[in-house]
Design a protein. Sequence first.
Length: 289
Amino acid sequence: MSKALRTSWNHIRRSPYQSFAAIFIMLQTFFVITIFAFIVISSARIINYFESLPTATAFFKESAKQSQIDALAAQIKATNKVSKITFVSKQEALARYQQQNKSDPILLDLVTADVLPASLEISTYQIEDLTPIASTLHSSPIVDQVVLPKDIVSNLTSWTNALRKIGLVIIVFLALDAIFIMTIIIGIKVSHKRQEIEIMRLLSATNWYIRWPFIFEGIIYSLIGTVLGFGLATVTIFSSASFLKSFLGNSNFIPSQPELLLMLFGGEVLTAIILGFVASFMAVFRYLK
């Protein structure tokens, strides 16, 4: 095995341009795979974040009494679909308004607590549960208006699902492209060493003894490309973190936990080994049946 690895390294060292081409195509492939992996994980976190926010807000009429509001809150809570219910009084609504518009004194002078309605902010475990909850709120005589930003989350989910499908198609295309190019490169190297292979066969070398150096060579290309692609993608993502925070706020949607990054890297290394093995085996199989 060690002799096969030394032979593979000699193959790589003696043909630097072909080796660079193989490593570069693998770098390109795993750079895209890593970027889309980050996007998938981050988009899932963003959707979960929006689903955990108060997603339905019921504004009450002026005539609504506290006892009626408490009864409605208890009715909603009894459905076991609600993760959190928050009552916002007129004074609390005013405090929020003042915090949001503290830089504009004119707006602060125009609004008092009497103008702002009391409300219930309701979060559900599942985004699908918002519709029946909203129907219950609409049917209550003390509710004046229900704000339901479900469409925002639904649109975000649709865009995310579409992005995942597009990413999967691109990744599959790049993986096939990488296998195809790697097969050509290894095939050229096998072709150049036909005489050496014939001599080895005359010396009773088995097909697998001859195949392993080329297979290891393809795996080495894949591993180097994976390390470089993963590293470049990770640096790109984290260097863009400050820019993304201007859109997403201070919430940490970008996966940065070491164990998660290690799992992602381990999965890519395993994929690289499989791709390198498949491409190399396809190249040598036609010559060494």
